[in-house]
Every structure is written in structure tokens, then in C-alpha cells.
Design a protein around this ligand. Sequence first.
Ligand code: ZN
Length: 118
Amino acid sequence: MDHILIMNDAETLEIVALIRRRLAELSAQDLLGQDGQSVVQLDQQSVGRLSRMDALQAQAMAKAQQVRRDTERRGLQAALARVEDGEFGWCEDCGEAIAPGRLRLNPASTRCVSCAAG
Ligand SMILES: [Zn+2]
């Protein structure tokens, strides 16, 4: 096996730390997003129609961002579970090692570059 192309333990630990940091960031953004949504609700009651539409749009955006965060969080938590199972870093389609650079960029990757492209 080519040790350059395959994740070693130190790299896996580094990615786990990266995933945990990202999860913490997502939680922080969740709190900010909730603040944004409650401000929007106050605005809706106190201002005119145009601002109300702005407020609804902002609220829809906040909800969309929340959905994106939830999706990313699920992907990262699944990645942590794969680390625990010793399955992290292997392509779920072809079974080959996923390039460490790709995993560092997106730890939630479950497929190698060629399978993701194909
Ligand atoms: Zn593959």
C-alpha cells in the first residue's frame, strides 16, 4: 500500500480535530441563525408590507442556511462514525482510498475523486 496516498493515524486524528472544530462552528452559527429569525419575527409585527416581505425573505434564507448546516452536520457526524468503525477514508463505491487532500477539504466525502466525478 502506498503510504502517501492513504490516511495514516496522525492524519486521521488531524481530520477528526478538523471535523470537531467544524461541528462547533456549525453550532455557533445555529445560535446566530436563531437570533436572526427572532429579530425577523419582531420586524414582521411592527413594519409595513415591503419590509415584511424583506423580513420573510430573510427568514426563508435563515431557514435554508439552517437546512444546509443540518445537512453538513449529518455528513460530518457520519464521518466521525466511520472513523470509529475504522472505515474512514475508503471510497464507498470502489473501495479504494480517498485522497487525504480531498478528505481534508471535505471530511464528509464518502467517494474518491474518480467515483464522485463519474
Ligand atoms: Zn471510488
